[in-house]
Design a binder for this molecule. Structure first.
Ligand SMILES: [Zn+2]
Length: 258
């Protein structure tokens, strides 16, 4: 008798699941679809600034961690069912190893070099070792493949872009700078992030600053109210695939490609 009741509950729950899923919003692309969406753009060997403009999806990206605000930001994202991308530095992994593991489970972890040097000033071999050392350490800790890269100060080189292309890794820049690393106060960070919100936007934030955390706390409910969903960069590229001709055109005139 007990068993029959349990079976009935299970069957009811299973039947109710698809409806509940739809009510929360559209299904996210599968892992394979996301990887394919990144590889499609990475094959160009050029940086990307934004995705296509099809749906109300944006990518919040947080650089320079992991650090003291990472877990707080992830807790806030979770409340809204949002996800983000974290571009991490290998030099922080020793102290924030568990935090990086959690980022690997709940977000997308991209690379931001080991020690955050300005890459164009380094010899080509060192530019690559700065990335590969950090990528290897990060994937050993999270167990995930690292498919995204963001150069410190948005400045990469031809050697870096060629190396990324050979590994099917994508150089991800941004369409909106919150200017949190340039001294913007918390209200400015919030105002610029809101102003830059549009379908396919990639917003630059930093995860090691209290003023950014303050702004993010206000940005997330605003995004929700406006009907936006914050997703990871691979999810964004799969949901809002960019036109490759536009990516080429923008990279030809954009900054961050020397
Ligand atoms: Zn940085």
């Amino acid at each position: 008798m007990h068993r029959i009741v349990l079976t009935a509950i299970t069957a009811g729950t299973l039947l109710a699941l698809p409806a509940a899923g739809l009510a929360k919003g559209p299904a996210m692309p599968s892992e394979a679809e996301q990887q394919e969406a990144v590889s499609r753009v990475a094959a160009l060997g050029l940086p990307i600034y934004q995705a296509g403009g099809q749906g109300k999806y944006v990518a919040l990206t947080f650089d320079d961690g992991p650090g003291p605000y990472t877990a707080k930001v992830m807790n806030e994202l979770k409340k809204y069912g949002f996800r983000a991308t974290f571009f991490v530095n290998g030099k922080n992994f020793g102290r924030w190893r568990d935090t990086l593991r959690r980022e690997g489970r709940e977000a997308n972890v991209g690379d931001h070099t080991w020690s955050h040097h300005y890459l164009p000033k380094l010899p080509a071999t060192q530019q690559i070792s700065e990335i590969s050392r950090s990528v290897t350490a990060s994937s050993n800790i999270t167990g995930n493949r690292v498919q995204l890269f963001r150069p410190p100060y948005g400045s990469s080189t031809r050697s870096v872009n060629a190396w990324l292309k050979s590994r099917s890794m994508l150089n991800v820049l941004w369409s909106t700078d919150s200017r949190d690393s340039l001294g913007a106060n918390r209200n400015e960070i919030l105002r610029l992030s809101k102003a830059g919100t549009k379908p396919g936007a990639i917003i630059l934030l930093h995860e090691n600053r209290g003023q950014t955390y303050w702004a993010v706390n206000r940005l997330l409910p605003w995004l929700k109210k406006k009907g936006y969903t914050a997703v990871t960069v691979p999810e964004l590229l799969a949901l809002n695939p960019p036109d490759l001709a536009t990516v080429k055109k923008r990279a030809g005139v954009g900054v961050g490609f020397r």
